[in-house]
Design a binder for this molecule. Structure first.
Ligand SMILES: C=C(O[C@@H]1C=C(C(=O)O)C=C[C@H]1O)C(=O)O
Length: 289
């Protein structure tokens, strides 16, 4: 397994980049299993869902407040000076330490698709992965005479659930934005294949160039195995799986992979920005940035 730290080895080796994506699969699956142990708790995702937050001057949702507070601390610890970290929160504080000197691996860009990640996570993923726990909670409440709207979806574990939500979102964000490293690696391997389509902004041609169906197929097969193994109860009891495995496959197939490819294409569309014709010709002839 190659190091995930791009300061070690060839930072643009596609194999090394893919090994980082594979490691992030484990983080995402385990964190989703953790989140699935709590109910949906939909008020956590509603702006104004907690009057206590409004009273302290924060108009957003419980989860947005967690993201702001956690990312503000991480920003002071210079987390977002690293090119493989992308915040959800805007206007973060400056680091208390001078930024680390990272090698200029990526072409300058300000691609950030975290609002799309936040949207699909809250709207589609959380309700799906927590549905079993939510149903069990409702049955328990009914057994204690609590019926109607009070039955559903809320177990009050807002702090624990939001802490896990932030960890899942940060892992998904890192995975999706790693598409920039993937694109830089593929571009430098054969610039002349990409340059004409970048110049004509032929998105479909760029999508076809970066898409590797066999890699995606292997990923989904690996995910099925991993999710099946990780979600099993230790006693191997059937039906007590900790999470709906198909929800993890759907997360990747419908959201993570498509969004990663959108990041790859967006990065390529701006890969020649500011370069002179001579720079581009040099790229076409010899390769290299
Ligand atoms: C990330 C890559 O680029 C594309 C996106 C993939 C993904 O999001 O898993 C997999 C293969 C490619 O279609 C890659 O080539 O490894």
């Amino acid at each position: 397994m190659q190091s995930g730290n791009y300061l070690v080895g060839d930072p643009l080796s596609l194999d090394r980049i893919r090994s980082v994506l594979i490691r992030l699969e484990d983080t995402i699956i385990f964190e989703l299993i953790e989140r699935a142990q709590y109910a949906h708790n939909p008020r956590m995702y509603q702006a104004g869902g907690f009057k206590e937050l409004q009273e302290v001057g924060f108009p957003g949702s419980w989860l947005e407040w967690f993201l702001k507070e956690i990312e503000s601390f991480h920003a002071k610890a210079r987390r977002y000076t690293s090119p493989d970290e992308t915040p959800f929160t805007q206007d973060l504080p400056d680091p208390v330490l001078p930024p680390l000197k990272f090698p200029e691996i990526l072409f300058p860009n300000n691609i950030n698709v975290n609002q799309s990640i936040l949207c699909f996570y809250m709207c589609h993923i959380v309700p799906r992965i927590t549905s079993r726990t939510t149903r069990t909670l409702a049955a328990t409440k009914r057994a204690h005479g609590i019926t109607g709207a009070e039955e559903y979806e809320d177990d009050g574990n807002y702090g624990s659930a939001a802490t896990i939500d932030v960890e899942v979102l940060q892992a998904i964000s890192k995975r999706v934005h790693y598409g920039k490293f993937v694109s830089e690696s593929k571009f430098l391997k054969e610039p002349k294949a990409f340059i004409p389509h970048i110049k004509t902004r032929n998105i479909k041609a760029l999508e076809d160039l970066i898409t590797k169906p066999e890699v995606e197929k292997r990923l989904l097969e690996r995910l099925q195995k991993k999710a099946g193994t990780y979600s099993q109860s230790l006693d191997g009891s059937v039906g007590a799986e900790k999470i709906d495995i198909t929800s993890i496959i759907e997360l990747y197939e419908s959201y993570i992979i498509p969004l990663t490819k959108e990041v790859e294409v967006e990065y390529l569309l701006h890969r020649l920005d500011g370069l002179s014709e001579e720079d581009i010709e040099r790229l076409e002839k010899k390769g290299g940035p």
